[in-house]
Design a protein around this ligand. Sequence first.
Ligand code: ADP
Length: 364
Amino acid sequence: MDDLSTMHPMAAHESRLLSLSPDLLGAGGVDGYLKLFNPAWTHALGWTDEQLRTTPYLELVHPEDREETKRVIEGLVAGGTVDEFVCRVLRADGTDRFIVWSGHGSPADACFYIAGKDITERQRLETEFALRAEKLEHTNTELQEFAYIASHDLAEPLRMITSYLELLQRRYGGQLDETADEFIGYAVGGAERMKALIDDLLAYSRVGSHEMERVEVDVSDVLHPVLQSLERAIEEADARVEPAEPLAPVCCDTTQLGQLLQNLVANAVKFGAADRPPVVTVAAVLDGEGVRVSVTDNGIGIARAQQERIFKMFSRLHGRDEYEGTGIGLALCRRIAERHGGRIWVESEQGAGSSFHVWLPNAR
Ligand code: ADP
């Protein structure tokens, strides 16, 4: 820094201000040497004033970044400006720091002015995050493939087991004793449950792996085939499923919206209260920058303490003897909502029905 005692009073103020700055402030001469620099240079880089003054500034730049820095400085010397230029600057201890520079040239003064911020820590964190994200993505892909292959390959031997069990049941049912029939019945039941699990797991893993195709869809068009496929369950439960017209159009992957509605409506019908037939409404209303799709029932409801848990994989609040199911449906719904950049939640009270809401953003 220049000697303050010989300075003009205003220059002394400016010099004090410069010395307060944590950023590297300076002026580089067209002759390749620094003409002015504040104490931050020494704090950040460890070079003495003498070294900073007598070393060509390009020599302070990391050799790998020197070419580009030279180009940028040439631009400045010609009277240009620079914004957010990052290069590594060498420290006296042999390490280096990432500095982001902005500056502008002043040909009239035969120099250029620069301000630099040490972003080494930010850079390190960014690199670390990028590496972690890459690792995570790799693990995710592996898991995804594993889940898909495992469930896909399990389906084949299971088909074999099921068909032979059914053969056994058809051919020998009633010929062996009662206990044998019962055992075969259990085995068939087990195989059916396993098939349901594998199908659900496959559906779950497909949501992650398949390309999404988001289009604007009419919810009624998606709901219609869903209700058709649930016709038997709806009839058996003596349920009524009513769309709350008008339904707002949703921007989504049609197949995934179908899976989502299929699971939510099936649950709304399945978890009906004992003393009243299920009444289910499906609504789709504009909500902020998206649409909220809701499936509301008058069923058994869900205690507040359980309302988070049910969206986890295999999480069920009832035994199989009470209600059939795999515990994958809501995890699948959550995955679908999240893949769309949306969310799913439930409003419910034990014994007083439930409303499942899915908010899906408009396409960006
Ligand atoms: P599944 O229906 O196969 O059991 P889900 O993941 O779809 O699995 O649901 C998880 C659990 O959440 C269910 O077992 C049930 O206990 C509870 N649940 C889901 N939907 C409803 C509903 N509409 N009313 C009451 N409970 C529900």
